[in-house]
Design a protein around this ligand. Structure first.
Ligand code: C2E
Ligand code: SIN
Ligand code: SIN
Ligand code: FE
Ligand code: FE
Length: 328
């Protein structure tokens, strides 16, 4: 490792200003210096700094123009820009925020303010990164849970695409349907906590084994945790409610009808449809005809009647998804 201090690009046409900032910051950060807008753009692309401190008044390209160009390039757009402005440039400051700047600092810079602002914005970047990473890890875990009882992981692909089709047919927006598509793969994440000897048992589970199996919704909800991300909140609700039944005979809570959140009602149908038409360690695959007969029998019992109607209406799309994501 050469240097793991965060790197900051300092941009100012006045060497004296760069020297002042260097004195304040050089112990804590890896500093990169640019004396013009053009040089700043080049170095931002080349070095990918974590933060940019940008002077506004510069000959040639102004700081505002540099910021606009940074935000137009997908490689440099996420890097936070803090403007460094001479006192009294209120008009420039307003425009700076419009162009995507996150903050401004007045010249002459005060050491404690400069350090505090930089700290704040670097922490925000860190928090965003952690959130994105956590989401990715959890999505992969969703697949890992399925690998445990089906070799290809194609079940999560099929059932999550079914949920999108059903959500759109139900009248949810494209955005809500996409959220379901991305959250549904985590529905069985709690199976990670169930012994493989139960999961992979070739035959029927004993009552005691099935009781253990029935803890997977709550284990899943615990793994997903409380999070401010919309996707994880939705995934947690799905993990918790995908084995509830419309008539109140499901688990873990025995919720009934619309007490079951819509995402849970939709996922339950998608999950069972795919479980029935697939081979499992404990069962053979059922034909479409047998499966549809079962689904219709369960309208108003296991499933919301409106959703069974939509399943019949959208069956062509559902079967196309099955074709697209076949087990190998
Ligand atoms: P899974 O294999 O993903 O099945 C999901 C749901 O599909 C089941 O939830 C059930 O509602 C439905 N389903 C699957 N196969 C059948 C079937 O042959 N007949 C009917 N009527 N419905 C079926 P459920 O019952 O709450 O089971 C949850 C999980 O418990 C299952 O997930 C599976 O991993 C496990 N499991 C359930 N029964 C058995 C079993 O007899 N043997 C083994 N080894 N595991 C079982
Ligand atoms: C898929 O893997 O195709 C659906 C799940 C997702 O997009 O996260
Ligand atoms: C969703 O956000 O996809 C479902 C909304 C609901 O539960 O009504
Ligand atoms: Fe489940
Ligand atoms: Fe499943």
């Amino acid at each position: 490792m050469q240097n793991n201090q965060p790197s900051i690009l300092l941009v100012d046409d006045e060497p004296a200003n760069l020297r002042v900032m260097k004195q304040i910051l050089h112990n804590d950060y890896h500093l990169i210096f640019a004396k013009s807008g053009a040089e700043a753009l080049r170095l931002a692309k080349e070095k990918s700094p974590q933060l940019i401190l940008l002077d506004i008044m510069m000959p040639g390209m102004t700081g505002l123009e540099v910021c606009k160009a940074l935000k137009e390039d997908s490689k440099t757009a996420p890097i936070p820009v803090i403007f460094v402005t001479a006192l009294g440039d209120e008009a420039d400051e307003a425009q700076g925020f419009e162009l995507g700047g996150v903050d401004y600092i007045n010249k002459p810079v005060s050491a404690p303010i400069l350090r505090a602002r930089i700290n704040t914005h670097l922490s925000l970047v860190q928090a965003d990164l952690l959130r994105a990473t956590r989401l990715q890890v959890i999505q992969r875990l969703g697949r890992a849970a399925e690998y445990k009882d089906n070799e290809t992981g194609m079940h999560v692909m099929r059932m999550s695409h079914f949920t999108k089709v059903l959500a759109l047919a139900y009248g949810l927006s494209e955005e809500q349907a996409d959220n379901l598509l991305h959250a549904a793969p985590m529905h069985d994440i709690g199976k990670i906590g169930i012994a493989a000897s139960i999961m992979l048992k070739p035959g029927k589970l004993t009552a005691e084994e099935f009781n253990i199996m029935k803890s997977h919704p709550e284990i899943g909800a615990e793994i997903l945790g409380d999070d401010d991300s919309e996707l994880i909140t939705l995934a947690k609700s799905i993990a918790m409610t995908h084995h509830e039944k419309w008539d109140g005979s499901g688990y873990p809570k025995g919720l009934k009808g619309e007490e079951i959140p819509l995402e849970g009602r939709i996922t339950a149908l998608a999950d069972v449809f795919d479980a029935l038409t697939s081979k499992r360690p404990y069962k053979e695959a059922w034909s479409i005809e047998e499966t549809m007969q079962y689904m219709k029998d369960q309208s108003g019992r296991q499933f919301e009647p409106k959703l069974i109607e939509l399943l019949e209406r959208e069956l062509d799309q559902i079967l196309a998804i099955q074709q697209q994501f076949q087990d190998h």
